[in-house]
Design a protein around this ligand. Sequence first.
Ligand code: NAD
Length: 285
Amino acid sequence: MEKYPKQKPAEVVMPVCDLPDLLKGQKAIVTGSSSGIGKGVAIALAKAGADVVINYAGSKERAEEVAQEVSAIGRQALVIKADVSQEDQVQAMFKETVEKFGTVDIVINNAGLQKDSCFADMTIDQWNKVIGINLTGQFLCSREAIREFLRRGIRKEVSCAAGKIICMSSVHEMIPWSGHANYAASKGGVMLLMKSIAQEYASQRIRVNSICPGAIRTPINKEAWETPEAYEKLMNVIPYKRIGEPPDIGHTAVWLASDLADYINGTSIFVDGGMTLFPGFTTNG
Ligand code: NAD
């Protein structure tokens, strides 16, 4: 027997899953859902029975395309423009959601970006932009969500929790990232923001958790997968030997938001094909 097994699988087989109606009757907001992971999560939530707010900051057309996909599934979609780093815009988004949907049961804090730079050259604008959207944006949306969950209490007909918040963090809440200190700091901040809110409101039956994606095929990391050479290099840090796809995160979000995960609170769930398994040690380091 070989001491270290072969590192490349013969073929990549993608999961085939039908989503059961786990979120029937629930109302969700997914921030930054006109592309990438947010889009994948919005569609997965809709397939599981939720009506979804498609929040965007940039392209209205792409947000409306996602809304059309949600409608085609048979769920309601509401397209709302809001910059998650701006308090007044976040409050207006929640107000409109409650007016049109009646309430919100699930908030997915997904909006985020990178402004990469070596640390010595990082500008205060690059720092503030990333912290403002990735961390302050999650604070603002979580605070409005908690206020609405407390106002409304448990809706027994749809869930045994009063509300669920899912923070889109990253493997970089744990793995330091040279050249991306602002991004890694924002996700490290999200981890303790998430845990502190979870601790504070657990007794009110509000659940707050994070999903920590590894490398998922989206516009944010295009240079890491768009050429065969880049993809092959990426596989060095992914033991499962395939890139993640937005539905991988969507499926996790459905389960985590559902009552199947009712006893899960204050936890980071890593969805990374093993990226956090220290892959450099696979063949003895
Ligand atoms: P993406 O660029 O496709 O999605 C980010 C979305 O956030 C975009 O739709 C963008 O318009 C939106 N956004 C940016 N600034 C905003 C603002 N101020 N207000 C509202 N929306 C705003 O990239 P993605 O990979 O889908 O990223 C989604 C989340 O997943 C981010 O938080 C990112 O940090 C996280 N993440 C992604 C990966 C990955 O490999 N793709 C890995 C770990 C974590």
